[in-house]
Design a protein around this ligand. Structure first.
Ligand code: ASP
Length: 446
């Protein structure tokens, strides 16, 4: 009973961090035997996935319906542009760290197929298809299948339509628009409450997920691939501090306050390895912690979770360098330039789900003539990285989600869609995300 009381009364973030540390320790101590915790982690992932689509549908519709369409267009273009620029920085930084650390140097893989390399049979989707698929043939089918980009596209159109209907000259139409808006607004509030409940389970889920990863892969990542892991993680940190920290500072947003507000989302991303799965938490953070208007975050966060993958771009830069060195053919300068272009494009096509970046890495390698075909040295080097993908994925997802939030802050600040009072002092005790309410002040309405 005491434990029960402590669990629900203590600070959420402290509990999550405790779960993280305990999970890592138990994973390393018990090794693969810890796999029995799997169902607890799986339940956490399922709970998050369960709320992702409702969060997007209700929040985005309310957000789009609350903002003037012309302003929404500006927000969209701005967010897209900054997403692309930060990603280009990210992959360059990945290449820089790869060149400094030279992971894979001296390995000279020339052997034939390993078991792992022979079993890789995944292929990356084409970029054009990804773009065309943004327009859903059946929006309700897209919602049912959890396809985020088509859902964003449809909800955005629906929300803009609702904005016009709410402001119609005809009283009957205006009233029905208002009723519909209230329905979506009420549903969004309910789903935020559900997010709070799901978060209460987070410490247990985090423990299980981390224990499993460390139990299975901990030792390998500290072994021969240690240098790659180190280079990738240092590049993540440099990117978060220099690019996001610097970018936020330029727009007069306190980077220290930003990271303190963003930490729940960053930790959730780290353990779930899914930008999409973290969306409910990042939206909650953006609204209640950062005071960002729904009109901005309801659009820019789901978009970012789908197309903005800075961590993934960094990982692709370092890993491409690794593969080059590992097969004894270090990448030339023109090859590295090609990597910058393809990694930016690949990041758009990378889904915000665990492991997606590793699949897109094949497309990036392919662009410089390094084909992952079973039995080749490239496939062997690729298989080595694939082996520790979960560990690399944790960091890159944390970086991806931090980027989504940082860009959303910058867009909101420059569009005057941020409640500045949230940044002057913490309104609530850390680790407890309350329901919304701050925002209505920031919502401009029509
Ligand atoms: N897991 C990453 C994310 O959800 C994508 C990746 O695998 O790089 O952001």
């Amino acid at each position: 009973m005491k434990l029960f009381n402590w669990y629900f009364k203590s600070n959420l973030l402290t509990r999550i961090l405790l779960g993280l540390i305990l999970g890592a320790v138990c994973g390393i101590v018990f090794g693969p035997k810890i796999v029995w915790v799997h169902p607890f982690g799986e339940i956490f992932i399922r709970l998050l996935k369960m709320i992702v689509l409702p969060v997007i549908v209700f929040t985005l519709t309310v957000g789009a319906a609350s903002v003037h369409p012309s302003q929404l267009g500006r927000v969209g273009v701005k967010a897209l542009l900054i997403y692309m620029i930060t990603t280009a920085f990210a992959v360059s930084l990945g290449l820089l760290f790869g060149n400094i650390f030279q992971p894979g140097e001296g390995m000279k893989i020339t052997a034939v197929a390993t078991k792992a390399a022979a079993t890789i049979k995944v292929s990356s989707p084409s970029l054009i298809d990804t773009l065309i698929n943004v327009v859903p043939k059946n929006p309700y089918g897209a919602i049912a299948e959890g396809k985020i980009l088509p859902v964003i596209f449809y909800c955005l159109l629906f929300g803009i339509g609702l904005a016009y209907v709410r402001n119609s000259e005809d009283e009957r139409i205006r009233k029905s628009g208002e009723t519909l808006f209230r329905f979506f607004d009420g549903s969004a509030e309910v789903i935020y409450l559900v997010v709070q409940w799901v978060l209460q389970y987070a410490p247990i889920g985090v423990f299980a997920l981390i224990a499993e990863v460390f139990g299975k892969q901990g030792a390998e990542a500290f072994g021969p691939l240690g240098l790659t892991t180190l280079a990738v993680y240092l590049a993540f940190m440099a990117h978060m501090l220099v690019v996001y920290g610097g970018g936020l500072a330029i727009f007069r947003i306190n980077p220290v306050a930003f990271f303190s507000k963003a930490k729940e989302a960053i930790v959730t991303a780290f353990v779930t390895r899914s930008s999409g799965g973290t969306l409910p938490v990042s939206m909650e953070v953006a609204e209640t912690r950062m005071g960002i208007s729904k009109g901005v975050f309801s659009f820019s966060l789901p978009l970012g979770a789908t197309i903005n993958m800075d961590g993934t771009a960094i990982y692709q830069g370092v890993c491409a360098i690794f593969v080059g060195f590992a097969i004894g053919a270090p990448l030339t300068f023109p090859q590295q330039l090609t990597i910058i272009a393809t990694a930016v494009l690949a990041s758009i096509g990378t889904a915000g789900v665990p492991g997606a970046g590793a699949i897109m890495l094949m497309m990036v390698l392919d662009s410089v003539g390094l084909k992952v075909e079973s039995g080749t040295p490239v496939a062997m080097a690729y298989a080595m990285i694939f082996g520790i993908d979960a560990l690399l994925d944790m960091g890159r997802t944390a970086c991806n989600v931090t980027g989504d939030l940082a860009v959303t802050c910058i867009v909101a600040k420059t569009e005057k869609q941020m409640d500045i009072s949230c940044w002057q002092k913490e309104k609530r005790p850390a680790g407890q995300l309350a329901g919304s309410g701050i925002l209505r002040k920031a919502d401009p309405g029509l």
